[in-house]
Design a protein around this ligand. Sequence first.
Ligand code: ZN
Length: 129
Amino acid sequence: MNIGWVSRREPLPAQIRELKRLYPNARLIRIGKSFQSGGEVLLELQRRRCRAAVIILPKSLIARILELDPTFEILYPVMQVIHKNCEGERCCEFDPETDSILHTGRLVTHVRFSRFEQIRDIEVVGAEI
Ligand SMILES: [Zn+2]
């Protein structure tokens, strides 16, 4: 079987190892292009014969994929925050096997891969108005 990797980021070595452990006979198919809709993502994954995929895209697109095919296995990497505003790639605790540096404006967040989880549902959290 094939596992899709839908993200503009490359998978970390630790993420590749974990996917091999979870799906020993699967081939990882990287899909780095951008999508307009959830339907388009699902179509591409079906075309590439993926039965599951790690999808790092806006929640609205992921919600739409689940709506179209509730049985599709969507995984996301759980990342633990190590530091905020450290030296990034030059941080003394930075491990290229497991870590990523996220840049949001001028904010630098050093995160570490912990595990994959399957997305079952995406909820809208309401507040009284
Ligand atoms: Zn750091």
